[in-house]
Design a binder for this molecule. Structure first.
Ligand SMILES: *Cc1c(COP(=O)(O)O)cnc(C)c1O
Length: 469
């Protein structure tokens, strides 16, 4: 196409003003403001210009106007779907990073509401003076982990970065080769170390690292010994690594610090559920100087990086200028505090959704699935078949990659439709339902669906019968 032909086509395009006076631009302006409508009108025209010049689109005035409207509808739908929406997690992945990791407890949700107005974030109600930010959550952390002191930052990545920056900038950090892991695609231990200004000193091999390897690597330039929980990665078979107690002793003998990035970590022993996450209190008891872990993995709270350990060290972290940049807001403190209260009262397995789902017995899930299927089987029309099948749930969030709790699932079949089409239907609901596809079957796992979401799940299944694919 020659330039003059393209220009002739472009001349047929409606103007921005014209578009803004028709649908869907008028409704978009009402719903999301004039600027949004204007931006989408510009984007649509840009897209149509591109298509005209490649020959993907043709047409005259009215046709192009309709095309602009349709293009805008697609853009707006996609933009709206990116805004925060509640979803029903029927994937069976308990700590689902893409779906917001842990669902909060009722108490934590209530605490968020309370803290959303004015609250005593940094105000001492007894003295009427400025108080200490986060003192409530930190005192609970100390009780639960038996650490001398605690401090909270934005997430565990920030916690690890800050600890390394404060105690190992310009120094060597000795770490086992088997622990130089990447977690969740964007947390790579060697990169975090480099950014903090520390120098990585790898010891041992991927599968075996001995205490003597650490010992031999210690020099005048050593800043600290670091251990990283491998989280989503497991080396099995011929493996060896020193215990925390051995590393703590070695650190002490050499006047060094020992820091553990526990990743998910666990406030209580989760071995009953097959998990070998480091219990934070054991690390402290074994003499680890500083431990960092996540607030929204198996702890079951909100995004945060919890740092516990020796008082003088925690104080040094708090005094560092970077702490100010990485600290958390009042909502995070409120939610973590309420979550920790459940542990303090020994009510964590009943009150914290993440732990409740973890402890959920497969037989109880089967009974619930049977009961639920009794409610819709009469109404689901011909061509739709729902089976209850055995399967496995997933812990998620990088914890227990080899732990797959047994579960029972709804397998949903629609004649003539693929699992992907069924998946798209469930995702397009007003409250989207997120399931998973395995071996060409669309699956819903009740393990991660709270009881108060059941009615919505039922109505989604029922509307499958009247849906036109
Ligand atoms: C998950 C994880 C992190 C990152 O934690 P965030 O809270 O997501 O920042 C860091 N280290 C380990 C070992 C982890 O498992």
């Amino acid at each position: 196409m020659t330039d003059s032909m393209i220009t002739a086509k472009f001349n047929q395009l409606p103007s921005i003003t014209e578009l803004l006076s028709i649908e869907p631009f008028r409704s978009i302006a009402v719903e999301s403001g004039h600027e949004t409508s204007l931006r989408i009108a510009r984007r649509s025209l840009e897209e149509i210009r591109r298509r005209l010049s490649t020959g993907e689109a043709t047409g005259e005035r009215e046709g192009l106007k309709t095309l602009a409207s349709r293009t805008a509808e697609g853009f707006y739908r996609s933009e709206k779907s990116a805004r925060t929406t509640r979803v029903i997690n029927a994937t069976g992945v308990i700590v689902h990073t893409n779906l917001g990791r842990s669902a909060l407890s009722d108490d934590a949700i209530e605490a968020l509401k309370i803290a959303s107005g004015y609250c005593n974030l940094e105000y001492d109600l007894i003295e009427g003076t400025r108080g200490k930010r986060g003192a409530g959550a930190e005192a609970l952390l100390c009780s639960l982990t038996r650490a001398e002191a605690a401090v909270m930052v934005n997430n565990c990545a920030a916690a690890a970065f800050l600890v390394l920056r404060v105690f190992a900038q310009g120094k060597d950090v000795i770490i086992s080769r088997g622990e130089l892991v990447e977690i969740g695609g964007d947390f790579r231990v060697p990169d975090v170390l480099a950014e903090s200004g520390a120098k990585l000193k790898e010891v041992g091999t991927t599968n075996r690292t001995k205490i003597a390897d650490y010992e031999a690597a210690i020099s005048d330039t050593t800043g600290l010994l670091m251990r990283v929980h491998p989280s989503n990665y497991r080396v099995i078979g011929f493996t060896e690594s020193p215990t925390n107690a051995e590393l703590a002793t070695l650190a002490k003998e050499n006047n060094l610090l020992f820091f553990e990035d526990a990743g998910s970590g666990a406030i209580v022993d989760l071995s009953d559920f097959g998990l070998d996450e480091p219990a934070i209190a054991s690390s402290i008891a074994d003499g680890v100087d500083i431990v960092a872990f996540s607030g929204d993995k198996l702890l079951g709270g909100i995004q945060a990086g919890l740092i516990v350990g020796r008082r003088d060290l925690i104080e040094a972290v708090r005094r560092h200028p970077l702490y100010r940049a990485l600290r958390v807001d009042k909502l995070s403190y409120a939610a973590i505090e309420a979550t920790l209260m459940s542990y303090a009262k020994g009510r964590h397995l009943e009150e914290i959704p993440t732990l409740k789902m973890l402890a959920y017995d497969a037989e109880a899930i089967r009974v619930r699935a049977e009961e639920l299927s009794g409610k819709f089987s009469k109404d689901v029309s011909e061509g739709i078949r729902i089976e209850i099948v055995e399967g496995e749930s997933v812990i998620g969030g990088g914890a227990g990659p080899d732990v797959k709790p047994k579960t029972w699932l709804f397998a949903v079949f629609v004649s003539g439709r693929s699992a992907e089409e069924i998946d798209a239907f469930f995702r397009s609901r007003a409250t989207p339902v997120i399931g998973r596809i395995s071996a060409d079957r669309y699956l819903l796992d009740l393990r991660t669906v709270p009881e108060n979401n059941e009615a919505e799940l039922l109505s989604a299944i029922e509307s499958l019968a009247v849906h036109e694919f």
